[in-house]
Design a protein around this ligand. Structure first.
Ligand code: UTP
Length: 284
């Protein structure tokens, strides 16, 4: 048996994809189409996220959808008519990746009826994840790394620390008001025990320039906390506020991941990801 064929039981099985937001920065493209279905080259953003979760050993993708998001469920379903149409042609291989996903992963869905913020979207996911640790991917934050995906790096860290983990990166100090920002004690290189978290602080109020990006591993007690979390910044139920509650008990680790993140929820980040992935594809 080859080494890589010896499968360890994964510690995190379920990945939650909050995908109910309106995607207003991409209007009018997102008027009738989910932001998560915007393509980078030929794959929609959410497919990159699902592939990252699969690489990290997860086999259940739990998607929080909303009105106008049906295309996501259709994408992760077989299209018999289309497959029949291209069978035997050179185009058949273009569906190989998505077919591999469909054959190996279970998708579950629920709708967030009112868009009350990311924390609320995650709380809506409880029915899908059950009361166990789970990962969260915000598909519009696209992460790439040659040797190991960001979620896979985070699962390893979870196995050591057994608490909630947030992925962070250093951002321009002028841009802290776009992110949840942390401060903490660096306990190993690039690994922080979080002591403070603030949602979208102005640069003058920011505790650092270490910003949370769209990758989390959350322990299930986050659900108990979210149930009583009051609306915070912009009147939304913020995951950062709930995480701060865990951080008070020393139970949140922030991790400077290896790799590159593109903010594909913004036009600039989306174009940058498209150009850089295109250049890379041309070279290989
Ligand atoms: P964003 O604020 O980046 O996404 O939320 P948005 O609201 O869709 O986009 P803009 O700002 O209007 O352009 C971060 C993530 O949280 C999800 C979004 O789908 C996105 O993946 N989200 C946010 C929900 O699922 N529900 C919410 O109520 C809010």
């Amino acid at each position: 048996m080859k080494d890589n064929a010896i499968m360890k039981t994964p510690t995190i099985h379920v990945c939650l994809f909050p995908a109910a937001g309106y995607g207003t920065r991409f209007l009018p493209a997102t008027k009738a189409m989910p932001k998560e279905m915007l393509p980078i080259l030929t794959k929609p953003l959410i497919q990159y996220g699902v592939e990252e979760a699969m690489e990290a050993g997860m086999d259940t993708m739990a998607i929080i959808t909303g009105r106008g998001k049906r295309a996501i469920a259709d994408h992760f379903d077989v299209s018999y008519e289309l497959e029949h149409e291209i069978k035997g042609s050179v185009k058949e291989k273009m569906l190989a990746d998505i077919r591999h996903i469909i054959d190996n992963v279970t998708f579950t869905y629920t709708r967030q009826i009112e868009m009350k913020g990311l924390g609320h979207a995650i709380l809506t996911g409880r029915a899908l994840t059950g009361y166990q640790p789970f990962a969260v991917v915000l598909a519009d934050d696209m992460c790439v790394n040659e040797d190991e995906g960001v979620l896979s790096q985070m699962v390893k860290l979870y196995e050591t620390y057994r608490c909630s983990i947030v992925a962070i990166e250093e951002v321009n100090p002028d841009e802290t008001d776009k992110y949840g920002v942390i401060a903490g004690e660096e306990i190993a290189e690039g690994i922080y025990r979080v002591t403070t978290m603030v949602e979208k602080p102005s640069p003058s109020d920011a505790p650092s320039n270490l910003a949370i990006i769209g990758r989390y591993i959350l322990t299930p007690d986050i659900y108990d906390i979210l149930q009583t979390t009051k609306p915070g910044k912009n009147g939304e139920i913020q995951i950062t506020d709930a995480l701060m509650e865990q951080a008070r008990g020393g139970n949140v680790i922030a991790y400077k991941f290896r790799g590159k993140r593109y903010d594909c929820g913004s036009v600039d980040g989306y174009v940058q990801a498209t150009v850089e992935l295109y250049e890379k594809a041309k070279r290989s």
